[in-house]
Design a protein around this ligand. Structure first.
Ligand code: FNR
Length: 182
């Protein structure tokens, strides 16, 4: 049976660069793996008052994450950190206390930016949160994809061959990591 990995992107915008990488990943999943996008754009801001209630958006999101065999985060950097929407989703999945749906899942992080350092700040802030949430995050290879606007075609699809090759290797390493710890 194939393993299902959720892709969570830190961007809500149409034609997002993170979404462009997500599309490539979905089309080039290693054998035995299916990658599917988990939408975080409709999640209300996390509020602890709802912990004891069945808020439908939170409940559906937590169930969706719980069912996954792993999580791949693909994110831009916002002001040297992760976008608020992504932090919101991480917080929602972490609660109510003692019911952290991220715990024990294999994870991996890809950051991208038009800038030269490829979202390094966001990548490492995200790794810090994932460590606390007990996501078993792939250490190597790291993925900081810089100058992303130069790697795509007019439809925002990834077109740079070296980046495709890098991502193929990254996905193979993530699959091997997932097998190792599952
Ligand atoms: C940015 N951007 C950005 N880029 C970067 O390399 N470092 C940064 O700190 C920031 N900060 C930042 C803040 C805010 C509020 C926005 C809207 C943008 C640029 C942004 O990360 C870049 O355009 C991404 O490549 C966009 O990714 P998506 O949204 O297309 O996936």
């Amino acid at each position: 049976m194939s393993k299902t990995i959720g892709i969570i992107t830190g961007s809500l915008r149409k034609n997002s660069f993170s979404g462009s990488i997500a599309e490539y990943v979905k089309d080039h999943a290693p054998e035995g793996y299916v990658f599917k996008t988990i939408d975080i754009g409709g999640l209300p801001l996390y509020n602890q008052d709802y912990d004891g209630e069945d808020l439908k958006e939170y409940t559906a999101f937590r169930s969706e994450v719980k069912a996954l065999d792993g999580v791949l985060f693909i994110t831009p950097e916002h002001n040297r950190s992760i976008p608020a929407a992504l932090k919101n989703a991480l917080d929602i999945g972490s609660r109510p206390y003692g019911q952290n749906v991220w715990s024990g899942k294999p994870g991996a992080v890809i950051s991208q930016s038009p800038g030269g350092i490829g979202g390094f700040g966001a990548n490492h802030h995200l790794r810090q949160v994932l460590a606390f949430l007990n996501v078993l995050t792939l250490a190597q290879p790291e993925a900081y994809i810089g100058a992303y606007h130069t790697l795509i075609d007019e439809n925002v699809a990834l077109s740079n061959e070296a980046t495709k090759e890098f991502l193929n290797g990254f996905l193979a390493a993530f699959a091997a990591w997932t097998e190792k710890i599952s």
